[in-house]
Design a protein around this ligand. Structure first.
Ligand SMILES: [Zn+2]
Length: 555
């Protein structure tokens, strides 16, 4: 089970058989993410593991005739980025609406749709990603979409995942009725005074149509989509992703396995709800622990407890400043929190919850605390995704329970919206204070994949600069912290002897360059399990200068 540590005497952690390295990286600035030995100059890799770290001289001495050497010429190396919170759901073939920004107005959506329907074959899906203003615009209903697109199924999704709009053709294509009832934990908006659905969906009311649309993607489309994502990831030095997909878990995992990806993926179950209960049937028959060397693993189940402040559905203990009498919405109430805690304990399957509001966080931590006499919570590593509502009064309890907080720096940018929703000053959206309080802390993108864009937001924290992380804290959270958040810190997350050789040589020094330049960083060389899975033309390997290329077995 993913919840257990590996036995340190297991073959995976034994010293590699051969004591001379296959590959050495010399003359670098290697950030190890190991607080006891943060920077070294050189790394030796044997098989799929780090053999040694040290000075260039020390590492060079280990080489023999079969060792490949790369001169880093002072470049920065980091452990491979581990994106702890990502969503990847393959879509079927579709035309995608283009907008001038991530925040199109409803009028811009309609304009773009009007020109798209002229081009797209009748009956083809039209998909769009919109922002906050469409979610909160009362005109955004299926009826306005129907006027422009009567013959195409249209689905619009908020980029933050909380609020989607479908036209009537899409509603019919995805087998929903005119008076579709709210599923458990979901909300179908209605035409005022009637039971007719307006076409706008929140919370678990989004799952049925998300799921069914993902079902329409073919296996080949799913495989291609995963391969594209993986190629983008390794160009950024991402070597592990923890992925919540809306495709049914079993099918998604089989597609990933067939895709033979160059990086590691942990698939986290992300189940839907039915009419009256959460769906507990998700793929618990799949083997949890990857076979030795396999890059796809399945573990953990994530539930959505509330929404976000953007659409005002994060559940707060106080009213929203900009909506009188409204304090958000719990999608899954407190008895469900207790039930999922018990399910996780019984199945030994890690539990992850989306909890954004402080009311949600308080209720969830309270539900854990009521079991604390019988349960060693820190060993369970329950994850709170986002953790925006872990206000200072809740932090001591969260720490005692060993809760891991997974933050998403791209969410730190909504300064004006947070100020409007919460009033100023506010204590939401913590980061640095959690790290300093000793809360296990990880980073995931939950948005743009570019980890260096996310690092920029982490070290600026535009909505609360006092909560900004240092660059080292942020990289540690994205590597060692994310590994801990998947019970894998014995295997990866640091450049240290015995760990998997997952690392990236970067195009620039992310620890010293001006912060606004961070997002332009790329990987020059990405290594997963000792195998070079990506290299850009700017790094030269001796093999390319004439030596015979040495084959490296798959890890
Ligand atoms: Zn998410």
């Amino acid at each position: 089970m993913a919840g257990r540590f590996e036995d340190p005497s297991s073959p995976s952690l034994r010293a590699p058989r051969r004591l001379s390295p296959d590959l050495i990286l010399l003359n670098g600035k290697v950030f190890t993410a190991n607080p006891a030995n943060r920077y070294v100059q050189a790394v030796a890799i044997a098989g799929d593991r780090i053999l040694a770290v040290g000075t260039t001289q020390e590492i060079a001495r280990l080489a023999d005739t079969h060792t490949e050497r790369i001169d880093l010429a002072g470049r920065v190396v980091i452990p491979g980025i581990n994106d702890a919170h990502f969503h990847h759901t393959p879509d079927p073939r579709a035309t995608v609406l283009s907008f001038r920004s991530m925040e199109p107005s409803w009028d811009e959506v309609l304009d773009s749709l009007a020109s798209t329907v002229k081009e797209a074959p009748k009956g083809d899906w039209i998909l769009g990603i919109h922002g906050i203003s469409v979610v909160n615009d009362p005109r955004a209903t299926r009826f306005e979409l129907d006027r422009i697109a009567p013959d195409h199924p249209v689905r619009l999704n908020a980029y933050f995942g909380h609020g989607s709009v479908l036209n009537s053709k899409a509603i019919a294509a995805l087998e929903m009725s005119e008076e579709e009832p709210d599923p458990f934990g979901g909300c179908c908006e209605r035409v005022p005074g009637t039971r007719r659905i307006s076409g706008k969906f929140f919370g678990y009311a989004q799952w049925p149509h998300w799921r069914r649309l993902a079902c329409q993607a073919s296996d080949e489309e799913a495989i291609e989509s995963a391969q594209q994502l993986a190629q983008e990831a390794i160009r950024f030095g991402v070597t592990s992703m923890q992925n919540m997909s809306l495709m049914a878990t079993g099918r998604y995992v089989r597609a990933l396995e067939r895709a033979k990806l160059p990086l590691r993926i942990r698939v986290i179950r992300f189940p839907a709800t039915g009419a009256a209960a959460r769906d507990l049937s998700q793929a618990h028959d799949l083997p949890e622990q990857p076979q030795r060397g396999a890059r796809v693993a399945v573990s953990g189940t994530k539930w959505l407890l509330d929404g976000t402040p953007l659409e005002r559905r994060a559940a707060l203990r106080s009213e929203y400043r900009d909506r009188e009498g409204w304090s958000g919405q719990l999608y899954l109430p407190e008895p469900e929190m207790r039930a999922m805690i018990h399910e996780s304990l019984e199945s030994n399957d890690p539990l992850l919850v989306h909890a954004v509001g402080d009311r949600t966080a308080e209720l969830f931590l309270g539900a854990m605390e009521s079991e604390a006499k019988h349960v060693d919570w820190p060993s369970r590593r329950v994850r709170v995704e986002h953790g925006d509502g872990l206000l200072p009064d809740l932090v001591p309890l969260a720490r005692d329970l060993g809760v891991i907080v997974v933050q998403n720096p791209s969410h730190f940018v909504f300064k004006d919206i947070f100020a409007a929703r919460y009033g100023e000053p506010f204590d939401y959206s913590p980061a640095r204070s959690l790290v300093e309080a000793g809360i296990p802390f990880a980073l995931g993108s939950d948005g743009p994949l570019n980890p260096f864009l996310n690092l920029m937001f982490a070290v600026l924290h535009p909505s609360r600069p006092s909560e900004a992380l240092t660059r080292e804290q942020a990289v540690e959270a994205y590597t060692r912290g994310s590994a801990y958040a998947e019970f894998q810190e014995q295997e990866k997350g640091e450049i240290a002897p015995g760990k998997l050789a997952d690392l990236a040589v970067l195009s620039q020094d992310i620890f010293t360059l001006p912060v606004p330049d961070l997002p332009r960083t790329e990987s020059l060389l990405t290594v997963v399990g000792g195998e070079i899975v990506y290299q850009s033309g700017t790094i030269q390997r001796p093999a390319e200068r004439g030596a015979a290329p040495r084959s490296r077995g798959p890890s």
